[in-house]
Write a protein that binds this ligand. Structure first.
Ligand SMILES: [Mg+2]
Length: 281
């Protein structure tokens, strides 16, 4: 029995139905009702920056969160009414990984990788260096070389590889090593004093894998690509965390398992008592 729950969820293609698969017409309404339960604190964990988070909330009638971990984990905000406040302690904590080097210095150091195209200015920040990389390129090899170059500079980085399915383009984020979605969630969990059973995460793609494979109770929505399902299961096995990974199924729930319906399915699995409340809604 849990009395409170920190519900951390990715946005695009996890609760935003902007993938190829269909969304159940009632899924988001039920998700909004779930998020209205007093025991839920809602955290969006996204590659988006804050303005794009707000835009998605408006465009898709998503519930307003209590916190937002944005820019793939490099920024954390707290929301009160319409006001967002950045939690600066977080950026202070991750700053050390880049050993005093700035975004521009790292960009310069990686300029010899001609396959990498810098993403738009709005997708960069002090601790997020983001590139596009063609799906035709040998991304494993390029990532290895980028990693080597950064190691030689003494920089501790996380390289996060994701695919933007609708746009059919690869995304590479160079982040401080401790600034992934996983570290952001762990920081917020400690910051707010939530226990291990009181945190849950839902995601669908590459930059969600560190969380999906961790000991944090996680949900992989049914619309995730088969390759991600395989990778998440492998990672959870390697880390001894198969108990804390739930794969939502499209065929065993009244609403299916795509997008927010998958999140609801996972919550009912981990927390049957909340599941019962959901059926009453
Ligand atoms: Mg996603």
């Amino acid at each position: 029995m849990t009395h409170r729950l920190l519900l951390c969820t990715d946005m695009d293609r996890t609760i935003i139905p902007n993938g190829r698969q269909p969304e159940h017409p009632q899924a988001r309404e039920h998700f909004r009702q779930l998020c209205g339960l007093p025991l839920i604190k809602l955290v969006y964990v996204s590659g988006r920056h804050l303005l794009l988070v707000e835009q998605a909330i408006a465009d898709y009638q998503l519930p307003k969160p209590d916190y937002a971990i944005t820019d793939v984990g490099t920024k954390i905000y707290c929301r009160a009414e319409a006001e967002w406040t950045e939690i600066h302690a977080w950026q202070k904590q991750i700053a050390g990984d880049w050993k005093g080097r700035s975004h521009d210095q790292l960009q310069h150091a990686l300029s010899r990788f001609t396959e990498l195209t810098l993403q738009e200015q709005s997708k960069q920040n002090n601790f997020k260096l983001s590139y596009y990389l063609s799906l035709a390129a040998d991304h494993d090899k390029i990532l290895q070389q980028v990693d080597l170059q950064l190691t030689q500079l003494g920089v501790a980085a996380s390289l996060i590889w994701s695919i933007d399915e609708p746009q059919q383009i690869g995304l590479l984020d160079v982040l401080p090593r401790n600034a992934t979605k996983l570290h952001g969630i762990e920081f917020l969990q400690r910051h707010l004093g939530y226990g291990p059973q009181e945190v849950i995460f839902a995601g669908d793609s590459g930059n969600d894998l560190p969380v999906l494979g961790s000991s944090i109770r996680s949900i992989l929505v049914a619309n995730a690509e088969p390759q991600i399902k395989q990778q998440a299961q492998q990672l959870a096995e390697q880390n001894g965390n198969t108990e804390s990974l739930f794969l939502a199924q499209q065929d065993n729930f009244p609403l299916g398992g795509n997008y927010s319906a998958g999140v609801l399915q996972g919550i009912a699995y981990y927390y049957p008592e909340i599941g019962e409340k959901l059926t009453e809604l």
